[in-house]
Design a protein around this ligand. Structure first.
Ligand code: GLN
Length: 291
């Protein structure tokens, strides 16, 4: 950038968009707007109202730092240190999976089931940022939720998100390995709903993921280092005794896994199994009841 000339915000935004596009970042304009907004301390609306404002060298340097991070494929949400899920704000950072919009389907299905119940209990296995557990506690005020994760960093973030969304006192956090620890350590007696968005990417699929995911997000939150079904087998084999009569097991699944997970659940003694499609028509959530 040439010295001694005035750079107006709109010009910096156009340059930044072109830069991110050259670096093959998806949605370059949106990313540039969010990053400049953060660097300059402006909301999106304020940014639009400030297009003619000249930026000094210091402000342009702050923009450049964030743009370079994004150009190296660091996810936007990690740079901004937050994201939105179920219309609620969530803090995210390295070591914690970024909530995905499609996971809202799992939460909505659980809420449909839990909201009419008085004093319900739910367990979120592998809570990560806490997006599922916190949303349930927020939108179902009669529900107490246990959030389980192996990662201390995840639990710390999930705790923060519970407090941030005013749901802290109905959340219980437990550090446990859901594959190998004694389920009695993390399941309260007789839950109404046990939920999981477990790591379901297979070892073979891992290398084909976008660099934003592969190089930045916690591998252990995404990949089971096997065929992608390890967590469903374990959860199906271990949860039934902890669900009350009429309770439900609900899980997010990968786009090719519906038939396989249905079989795993039914072989483990679950029935009344249904698979729900997400907004893109992809099978995304499976729900079942112990028989
Ligand atoms: N949907 C996520 C992805 O493809 C995977 C989430 C998970 O493994 N639970 O990035």
């Amino acid at each position: 950038m040439q010295e001694n000339r005035i750079w107006r915000l709109i010009e910096v935004l156009q340059e930044s968009t072109a830069y991110l596009e050259r670096q093959r970042i998806e949605h370059p304009r949106l990313n540039a707007e969010r990053l400049l907004g953060r660097a300059l301390g402006l909301s999106r609306v304020e940014l639009y109202l400030s297009f003619d404002r000249p930026l000094n060298e210091e402000e342009r340097a702050a923009c450049r730092t964030l743009l370079q991070r994004r150009a190296s494929h660091e996810p936007l949400q990690y740079i901004l240190e937050e994201t939105e899920f179920m219309s609620l704000p969530f803090t995210v950072g390295p070591g914690v999976l970024i909530p995905r919009p499609e996971t809202e389907l799992l939460v909505e299905e659980a809420l449909r089931f839990l909201k009419p119940l008085e004093n319900s209990r739910a367990v979120d296995l592998g809570t990560g940022s806490g997006c599922i557990a916190v949303s349930l506690a927020h939108y179902a005020p009669a529900c107490r939720v246990t959030a389980v994760d192996l990662s201390e960093a995840a639990l710390e973030t999930a705790r923060k998100n519970g407090a941030r969304n005013g749901a802290g006192e109905r959340l219980r956090f437990v550090r446990a390995d859901i594959l190998s620890d004694d389920p009695a350590d993390f399941f309260p007696e007789a839950s109404d709903c046990i939920l999981a968005n477990p790591p379901y990417i297979s070892r073979d699929e891992w290398d084909r993921l976008a660099p934003e995911i592969r190089e930045w997000e916690p591998r252990e939150a995404l990949c089971d280092e096997g065929d992608g079904l390890a967590f469903y087998r374990s959860i199906a084999a271990r949860t039934a005794p902890y669900l009350r009569k009429g309770g439900r097991l609900m899980a997010e699944i990968g786009h090719t896994q519906a038939a396989a997970v249905r079989e795993i659940f039914s072989e483990s003694g679950f029935g009344d199994i249904s698979v729900l499609n997400d907004l893109n028509g992809i099978p995304r959530v499976i729900t079942a009841a112990p028989q």
